[in-house]
Design a protein around this ligand. Structure first.
Ligand code: FAD
Length: 319
């Protein structure tokens, strides 16, 4: 690898780029490579990205109204063939994963999903990543470049922007795909108002909460504690009681709060990989065999409908 090698970062959501830049930055320091950001979005986004401490920004323009976001794969693949980046870190959002897979297929490489750690061992990359939906960790030494990785939000600490330091923005002409898929309709979803990765305290309801209206109890507890509300996947996907941005786990958010309080959460591995770095874990569950107790610093065996009101009353009394 020469000094000119590049590590690219790409996120459908601009808010996740600072994390990727930091993760790529560590690797860049080890290898002497440059960190380059790819931006599909407005010129303003490209401008903001240029303040994140990257060495260059490739701006691929905005997605045309009738095009799919994933169509940007054609332009990114062309760019990759031309510039031969060493590695690509892609934020693991739904569209990010679609881009990673399609890009890998075009470049005839594979994708390392849910990357947790990137190291350099004797000059070659050593990557720790989740497999089997979070059931196991695998360490791989990729031998083919570019090394495409998806990174779960919250894996790396976000880098800080510095508006006094801006770098070159290279405008790339968008390549249109040969396929003829067009977007017929877009429906807006309520914007995510939460950044769980940055939360210091998280109250996490699970399927132990029997009815949607009972979430009011969880909200009150979170309010009293000054905590954000996360949840397990079934509450966000399936029951649709809470927005998808709030679920924690292998396919959701990665959190590292000072306090994680699981309420009626069983503690399946797909969930716990997203909260295992919490400093203090508290579990409330009526089943004393619930796996979350094995990770908990404090466990309360009991019915959440008794325990949570008692906790709220105790917190209020202390205030
Ligand atoms: C590929 C794949 C990816 C996945 N990704 C994720 C992910 O990212 N995040 C995620 O969360 N899940 C994920 N899942 C789902 C995961 O496997 C579990 O099914 C899910 O986490 C379980 O959610 P839960 O703990 O809320 O529900 P359950 O497992 O049903 O547990 C409910 C718990 O509530 C307790 N309980 C019930 N009533 C009460 C009460 N009144 N008081 C106290 N306790 C009570 C029960 O004892 C039980 O332990 C994934 C699964 C797959 C296959």
């Amino acid at each position: 690898m020469t000094d000119q090698r590049e590590i690219w970062v790409f996120s459908e959501k601009p808010s996740l780029l600072p994390e990727l830049v930091n993760g790529a930055g560590d690797l860049a320091t080890l290898t002497g490579a440059n960190v380059v950001a790819l931006v599909v979005g407005s010129q303003d986004q490209a401008q903001q990205t240029s303040t994140l401490g990257v060495q260059r920004v490739f701006w691929l323009g905005e997605t045309p109204d009738q095009a799919l976001f994933e169509d940007c794969v054609v332009s990114i693949a062309e760019l990759a063939i031309k510039h031969n980046p060493y590695a690509l870190l892609i934020a693991s959002t739904t569209r990010g994963r679609a881009v990673a897979g399609r890009l890998a297929a075009r470049l005839d490489v594979s994708v390392l999903t849910d990357v947790k750690e990137i190291n350099l061992e004797s000059g070659s990359l050593q990557i720790r990543h989740m497999i089997f939906g979070g059931g196991a960790v695998r360490i791989e030494k990729p031998s083919v470049e570019p090394v495409i990785m998806t990174v779960t939000p919250g894996t790396f600490t976000p880098t800080q922007a510095d508006s006094t330091h801006q770098v070159e923005i290279v405008s790339i002409t968008r390549e249109e795909p040969a396929w003829q898929m067009t977007v017929q309709e877009r429906k807006t979803r309520a914007a995510a108002m939460v950044n769980l990765a940055a939360a210091k305290k998280v109250v996490c309801p699970g399927r132990g909460v029997a009815r949607q209206e009972d979430l009011a109890l969880i909200e009150e507890l979170a309010r009293e504690l000054g905590a954000e509300i996360g949840c397990t996947r079934p509450l966000a996907e399936g029951l649709d009681w809470l927005p998808r941005e709030r679920y924690i786990g292998i396919s959701g958010a990665n959190i590292k709060p000072d306090l994680y309080l699981g309420v009626g959460v069983s503690g399946q591995v797909q969930h716990t990989v997203g909260m295992s770095e919490s400093r203090v874990v508290v579990a409330i569950n009526k089943d004393k065999e619930a796996p979350l107790f094995a990770q908990a610093d404090y466990g309360i065996v009991g019915d959440l409908y008794t325990i949570v009101p008692a906790l709220i009353a105790a917190i209020k009394a202390r205030k």
